[in-house]
Design a protein around this ligand. Structure first.
Ligand SMILES: NC(=O)c1ccc[n+]([C@@H]2O[C@H](COP(=O)([O-])OP(=O)(O)OC[C@H]3O[C@@H](n4cnc5c(N)ncnc54)[C@H](OP(=O)(O)O)[C@@H]3O)[C@@H](O)[C@H]2O)c1
Length: 332
């Protein structure tokens, strides 16, 4: 099988990318509960970038094949997984044996989601992570009966799913981006309250809007002082949900009095913990609901373009230069 190989981690993302190689590897032999998947496509996510840098919470033995999620068709299986042969699946693999930036992968049946026939396979490549993350995090806003939410990195795909879910539920969204071009794009798509974090009166605008709309939950994928500014802008009895650290900086600027006296919480969200918490039956129900949303066109991941395995470095460069343009799909 043809795979992308990461020989060594490097905090400098350009150096890490330039070190990537393409190699032919033996197709693994499936264990009893494993499937072998012919890969249709695999996206590049922020977690993959952090992985290449060696700063993600998953660190594989080197050399490693990068890529955590993807879509494809099961072409072989162990004795407990025979029924999956021929099925279209999405998968999420973080073990040492496999990465999805490859034309073939091995996955445990616990790491695959069998797909409905009508599911588009490009959309399916980005199905296992972001839609479920948004769904799980949105439940927090529903629990708070929020009238409004705040989110940063609002040009991201997770933020786009959250915006859609909020709109459906009549919840206002305060979107924060770091570039004017991203703000323009969101406004053109119909977003009503878009703020740019570098504007001189950003803190004032955020505070005023949050009070006016009654925001009780804020979703933070960035960290640094923006976390504190979002937290401080929330009303009493509210929650800052931290789910990413795109700035690479620790949380700062949190108003400690607010934290102690105003029943305001800072929490972390991790998809895998949420998945374990809800249990398999509920996960399958949500998967069906989300798949129906993709099939009907209600949900959609923006795809900026495609890259072959051989063109991986060019593709990665284009993704990191403007992440809000959508996902790059690697197609073997
Ligand atoms: N906790 C979990 O379980 C979980 C699960 C899934 C995803 N996530 C996290 O969710 C976040 C979004 O993922 P995604 O796949 O939706 O992303 P994506 O579509 O690939 O887009 C990334 C976004 O992040 C923005 N961004 C990057 N660096 C930034 C910074 N330093 N400050 C502000 N904005 C920045 C980009 O804006 P520009 O266009 O301005 O670069 C872009 O809008 C990531 O942090 C990811 O790790 C967490």
């Amino acid at each position: 099988m043809k795979s992308v190989i990461l020989p060594s981690y490097n905090r400098n993302i350009i150096r890490s990318m330039l070190g990537l190689k393409i190699e032919e590897l033996d197709i693994p032999i499936p264990g009893d509960s494993d499937v072998i998947i012919k890969v249709h496509a695999a996206p590049v996510n922020p977690s993959d970038i952090a992985f290449l840098q060696g700063t993600y919470n998953v660190v594989k033995s080197l050399p490693a094949v990068p890529g955590f999620e993807g879509s494809g068709v099961v072409i072989d299986a162990g004795k407990n997984a025979i029924n999956f042969i021929g099925r279209k699946v999405s998968c999420f693999v973080q073990d040492d044996r496999s990465g999805t930036w490859s034309d073939t992968i091995i996955a445990n049946i616990e790491d695959i989601i069998p797909l409905k026939d009508e599911m588009d396979m490009d959309q399916a490549a980005c199905f296992t992570v972001n839609p479920f993350t948004a769904y799980g995090m949105f439940e927090i806003a529903l629990q708070y009966e929020s009238k409004a939410i705040i989110q940063n990195a609002a040009g991201s795909q997770v933020a786009s799913f959250l915006r859609k879910m909020a709109l459906e539920n009549g919840i206002e969204v305060i979107d924060i981006v770091r570039k004017q071009v991203s703000a323009n794009k969101l406004v053109n798509e119909g977003a009503k309250h878009v703020l740019i974090e570098t504007d001189v009166d950003f803190v004032e605008q955020l505070g005023n809007l949050s009070i006016k709309l009654g925001a009780t939950v804020a979703y933070d994928a960035v960290g640094g002082s923006l976390s504190g500014l979002m937290f401080n802008a929330l009303s009493t009895d509210s929650e800052l949900v931290v789910y990413g650290g795109l700035s690479g900086k620790p949380i700062a600027e949190v108003d400690i009095m607010d934290l102690i006296f105003n029943n305001k919480i800072i929490s972390g969200f991790n998809l895998m913990d949420w998945k374990a918490e809800i249990g398999q039956e509920e996960f399958v129900r949500i998967s069906e609901e989300l798949q129906d949303g993709f099939i009907s066109g209600k949900y959609h991941t923006n795809i900026r373009g495609f890259s072959s395995l051989d063109d991986i470095v060019k593709g990665l460069r284009s993704y990191i230069s403007d992440m809000s343009l959508g996902k790059l799909l690697i197609k073997p």
